[in-house]
Design a protein around this ligand. Sequence first.
Ligand code: ASP
Length: 614
Amino acid sequence: MIRTHNCGAIRPEDIGKRVKIAGWVRFSRDHGGVKFIDLADSYGITQVVLDPEAMPPGADIGALSKEIDSLSRESVIAVNGVVRERVPGTEDPRNPTGMVEVLIEDLTVLSRSKPIPFEIAEQKKSFLPNEDLRLKFRYLDLRRAEMIANLRLRHRLVSAARQFFDSEGFMEVETPILTRSTPEGARDFIVPSRTMPGKFYALPQSPQLYKQMLMIGGVDKYYQIARCFRDEDSRADRQPEFTQIDLEMSFVEEKDVQDVVERLLAHIWKSLYGSTVEIPFPRVRYKDAIEKFGTDAPDIRFGLEITEVTEIVADSSYEIFNKIIRKGGIVLGINVRSSLVSSSSSETTQIGRKEVDRLIDWAKQEGIGGLTWMRVTAEGLSSNIVKYFPAEIRQKLIRKMDADIGDLLLFVAGQRTQARRYAGSLRTKLARDLGLLDGKSHQFAWVVDCPLFVRDPLTGNLEPFHHPFVMPVDGYIEESSNVDELKGLSYDIVLDGCEIGSGSIRIHDPVLQKKIFRLLGMSDDEIERKFGFFLEALSYGAPPHGGIALGLDRLVSILVGSETIREVIAFPKNKRFQSPLDDSPAPIEESKLAELELLSLSSMGEEVKKEVQH
Ligand code: ASP
């Protein structure tokens, strides 16, 4: 037996017991011949000690001492010894094993470590090396307590989810990784077929079509912890492969799917934190999310709602606004109520002139055009621009923004979508600055009533808002319908202002499905080529069905409070979607390219030609 206890297990009750423990030499020190080692594993740290005075008679203290001196940090050892109480005054009450230590009687070196490239014991973020180095030596990075805790929480979340699904009669079914394209708005990763040269598989952007075909297959309630692949540009906090908690149900309406998701999350909460989550989650209409919160993923834990004031200020002589409005732009205001400022964790009761100037500087850096402000005083609105706003307009502004004495009114202006985005980020910036989120618990919300289509801003082409399989609200589309106004039976789920999932009721009628493909600009030929198999499947009695997918990586990263999803994935790619660990993506030999017929023989060197022909 290599160990009787792990490094986090020994307690004062074990004093006097003979134990074997094994782990990594995280740290060692020598106090005048008494040698201490912090022996670590993913369960904890136990202090082991060589104390010459406490050794049994006849022990070869010199040899043992030499062995300990030879140990590099992160070498793996096994120790045989007796548990004893620590010397009074040297206990570490923060560590569960901190009242005891193991007196070394015998030590075996199981493997030695090269000098480590970065500190593992140190927990402070500022001590971490750059991320690429952490990723290159990810197996060392994973030894850090924080990383192990992240992986453990992720595991516990997934296992709670599995428990829930099982108890609700869901069946876990795996769907293929080598597939035909499943569009989710990104590019496919492509895998060439060697046995059928010139043909390719696509990696699934999601199991969407397969889970729908499972419903046609009568599976009724499906889930999968599913890996998805999307060949996107490396922007924001994305990964080319990521994991979804994917589910699909037959004979359901939106409410049924939402209800399952709410209970799933409540169950996860209960098992992770022992606390309850209030269900049902609040619903925000997509239009309101955009208009009041400036984003389709609103954080509804604080007010600071956005008010459009374009019509009111259009009559002013303030040229900056007027110019934007003439070009079809809009002006949006946020009322930073004085009550918010005084109840926040900041010490002041008013956002002073200096803070306003700082906000303006921030806005400039963010590329937010023309942040302006007005303050409500007993005499009415005051600021360096109020002179451009006649008394009547000022009154209207005060009324529209429900402003009171002491309130600060902030305005941004720009083209419609852009201005809303500006106002949205101003809103979250203010919440952060004013500490409005301090001590707030997590908040889920549904975003409902989403459009069925959007237009590509450059080409004006119709594109699916989610994906092309979403059922239109009415269950049909008439020839006379204005497609820009159509809504889909879809729903997004948002946690603390981050989208963590999206789902919908699906089209189960092949005729309607084909109509949607046509509206999206596909020719019948293209439809047949890409989705013929799926339309065929829909034409053998498809049940009404719907589902959702939750982004597991994002959900876990919000729960552990990490800045990126890379912190909750064991082996992620870096920001450029490379893996410093195994150096992928990597070139492959010409001979392999040739085997796949991705390289013509004529362009190959003689050597390679021989190898291929061989
Ligand atoms: N397949 C969708 C996605 O990956 C989710 C769903 O509609 O269930 O976003």
